[in-house]
Design a protein around this ligand. Structure first.
Ligand code: SAM
Length: 279
């Protein structure tokens, strides 16, 4: 049974905002409607630098894909909650290193699926399919996933910017089902809205969470370090940068492209990423 609003696909209902369209809007995309812009305006009024969350998340996704494509021999990527196509999508990054890497994108937003099928399936190694990513068996047993991903061989599972839209206490159980299905040597790329449990930052996180959870979206949780780590149990997390121990890091601090010239905004500190290997 659906317990998170996004498990019911937004369809063509013009009164329901879409996570995919709002996120894409923050990244500069054009596929948003008035109902999405109303949510974006509210978020921007509450936290003017909220855009740093979306940008930080997408930058992390890109660098994590580049890292895995260049430094492992893994050739299959299962991207859950892939979002609207932007300039640098998973297959474009990983196929630069490995032109025959297989990428299966999974989403349930009709706009994502339409654009995805048109723009992402640009070669025979890229596929897009529809499934509820909060119901792991729907993804793991999906026909397209099964046809193109070999679960006997290590793979990369991406759950980037997705699980914060899951409502309730079962987020760790959802991720456990996915991680259990991965063969040894697989990697998980993961990011999540973060409550750093520092009053000034928690305040920022709560301002956005209130709009998302108590508005028409009905979901968007900023979880604590312990709650997020619980979703990644069973994985060996890699070092997120030269100075930190293995674990979570603010997305912008996960192996950034260069030295930081300006401090991170408060919002940028409210989203974390991690890459983990299944032993
Ligand atoms: N992973 C991309 C990234 O990090 O750039 C996009 C993240 S976007 C914030 C979240 C995506 O998850 C959206 O495209 C949305 O449609 C999808 N999504 C949310 N709930 C879903 C569900 N229950 N089943 C399938 N897709 C879902």
């Amino acid at each position: 049974m659906a317990s998170s609003p996004s498990q019911v696909p937004v369809g063509v209902d013009p009164t329901r905002p879409s996570i995919a369209r709002i996120y894409d809007g923050f990244l500069g995309g054009k596929d948003h409607y008035e109902v999405d812009r109303a949510v974006m305006r509210k978020i921007n009024e509450a936290v003017p630098e909220a855009v740093d969350i979306a940008r930080g998340n997408r930058g992390f996704l890109n660098r994590a894909c580049r890292f895995l494509a260049n430094q492992t021999t893994l050739g299959q990527y299962l991207d859950c909650g892939s979002g609207l196509p932007t300039a640098e999508n998973t297959h474009q990054i990983v196929q630069r290193a490995n032109p025959e890497a297989t990428v299966v994108y999974v989403d349930n937003d009709p706009v994502v699926l339409a654009h995805g099928r048109a723009l992402l399936e640009e070669n025979e190694f890229v596929h897009m399919t529809e499934a509820d990513i909060f119901d792991p068996s729907k993804v793991l047993d999906n026909e397209v996933v099964r046809r193109h991903i070999d679960f006997a061989e290590p793979l990369v599972l991406l759950h980037v910017g997705t699980m914060h839209h899951f409502e309730g206490d079962g987020a760790a159980a959802v991720m456990r089902r996915y991680i259990d299905a991965l063969p040894s040597g697989s990697y998980v790329v993961f990011s999540h809205f973060f409550d750093p449990e520092v009053p000034e930052l928690t305040e920022v996180a709560k301002r956005i969470e209130n709009i998302l959870v108590h508005g028409p979206m009905g979901a968007g949780r900023f979880r604590t370090r312990a709650e997020i780590l619980e979703m990644l149990s069973g994985l060996e997390l890699v070092k997120p940068n030269a100075v930190s121990e293995p674990g979570l890091a603010a997305c912008d601090e996960w192996w950034p492209d260069g030295p930081r010239l300006a401090p991170l905004s408060l919002a940028a500190q409210c989203i974390v990423g991690a890459v983990g290997r299944k032993p």
